[in-house]
Design a protein around this ligand. Structure first.
Ligand SMILES: Cc1cc2nc3c(=O)[nH]c(=O)nc-3n(C[C@H](O)[C@H](O)[C@H](O)COP(=O)(O)OP(=O)(O)OC[C@H]3O[C@@H](n4cnc5c(N)ncnc54)[C@H](O)[C@@H]3O)c2cc1C
Length: 359
């Protein structure tokens, strides 16, 4: 998985102790820690400036969903490989005609004995060109009400008939792809939960996805080290000032940004504590997604403004590697209000299901 031997060793050592998924049960490769202990572990690693040993959709999306909905055989097959970082996962939800209206998806799965035969077209599949497996939503009953004819299926990307085509983004990289399925044969045993019962599983996974996005945007475990570099530190380097920043307006803005981030992280923490006490978060995850998105976009814009002309580089000797990366991070952050469900859709969910407003 890693080219860098140090990162590989770090992953192996952490995986041996169950530290890649500290609060998952030990029998599936996790650390068996309580959520509170897992949080302390994360904080200590952060304090030591150690990167998270493992990131990815396996750990943050399909893993928690399998723990909730997978059969014992599915958990035993997939979870230990996720914990050891052996298998990478991508998400096959969106289609050219089904994004915000996800239940309109058309990828067909026709039953043939113990297999399904899959035909269809997924799009915006992040990291599909690097992943080993995809968790996908497929239509198994075209006659049923649209949410009721969907099945949640695990598909090995090596299966004949799966084709991946990378799509280039504004940031210059190609983190996502089109994924095409042509007569792809998948065992029925790869269904999570029940045939035609995939919508419930899909929504649970979206809840995990939104929490993960909010966490990463708020500067949680998935956030990049670059973003953790204090804004004040960055401003001192570019704008000048010893101790107190020379520019009072910028000082104000940075202070507000840091306070808002702190308040957001504390609110996330409160929700996790409530979840531990038995309150399963529902539509509130949309609040976190919207606010996390706004915070991340604001932070990226502020970083670019602070760096001034040095934030305008694309390539070349006049720029440090970190500066070029910051520009690309800023461009990448434009997609935050779309991925994992657009901000408009989250606001609709909040209006209807949190505030109880009429349609
Ligand atoms: C960086 C990135 C990574 C992604 N990774 C993945 C991935 O790995 N796997 C995957 O399956 N998908 C992925 N997506 C796709 C993402 O989930 C969809 O782009 C998103 O759900 C929106 O769907 P759409 O692009 O079809 O836009 P549309 O649904 O066509 O929406 C277009 C516009 O109309 C607005 N709109 C639509 N319906 C309403 C409504 N009812 N009320 C108000 N406004 C509305 C939307 O907010 C949006 O502004 C990714 C997207 C991005 C940007």
């Amino acid at each position: 998985m890693f080219d860098d031997p140090d990162k590989k060793l770090w992953l192996e050592r952490c995986a041996e102790r169950g530290f890649t998924a500290p609060s998952w049960p030990r029998e599936y490769g996790g650390g068996g820690l309580s959520p509170a202990e897992g949080k302390v572990l994360g904080q200590e690693l952060g304090r030591l400036r150690m990167p998270p040993p493992l990131i990815g959709f396996g750990l943050t999306m399909i893993g928690p969903t399998l723990l909730q909905y997978g059969s014992e055989a599915q958990k035993r097959e997939h979870l230990p490989k996720i914990c050891r970082g052996e298998i990478r996962w991508c998400q096959g939800y969106s289609e050219p005609g089904a994004g915000s209206d996800l239940a309109a998806l058309q990828t067909r799965a026709l039953r043939d004995g113990d297999d399904f035969i899959i035909n269809g077209h997924k799009v915006w599949t992040s990291y599909a060109d690097q992943c080993d497996w995809i968790f996908a939503l497929v239509r198994t009953d075209p006659e049923a009400k649209k949410q009721e004819g969907i099945t949640f299926l695990l598909i090995d990307m090596e299966t004949p008939g799966v084709t991946v085509r990378p799509i280039k983004l504004i940031s210059g990289s190609s983190p996502f792809c089109e994924t095409l399925f042509e007569d792809v044969r998948v065992p029925v045993s790869n269904v999570i939960s029940e045939i035609n019962g995939g919508w419930t599983v899909a929504k649970a996974l979206l809840g995990h996805e939104r929490s993960m996005i909010a966490d990463a945007f708020g500067g949680g475990a998935g956030g990049s080290a670059r973003k953790h570099q204090g804004l004040a530190e960055l401003a001192r380097a570019y704008v000048g000032g010893h101790g107190e920043l020379a520019d009072p307006l910028l000082r104000d803005e940075i202070a507000r940004m840091e306070m808002d981030t702190r308040a957001f992280l504390l609110t996330l923490q409160r929700t996790r504590d409530a979840a531990r006490a038995g309150h399963q978060p529902g539509a509130e995850t949309s609040l976190f997604k919207v606010h996390g998105t706004e915070l991340n976009m604001r932070r990226n814009e502020l970083m670019v403004r602070v760096a001034g002309p040095q934030a305008l580089g694309w390539e070349g000797e006049g720029f440090e590697e970190d500066e070029l990366a910051r520009t690309r991070d800023w461009l990448r952050s434009r997609g935050n209000s779309i991925e994992g469900g657009t901000s408009e859709i989250q606001l609709n969910i909040i209006a209807k299901r949190v505030l109880g407003l009429p349609d």
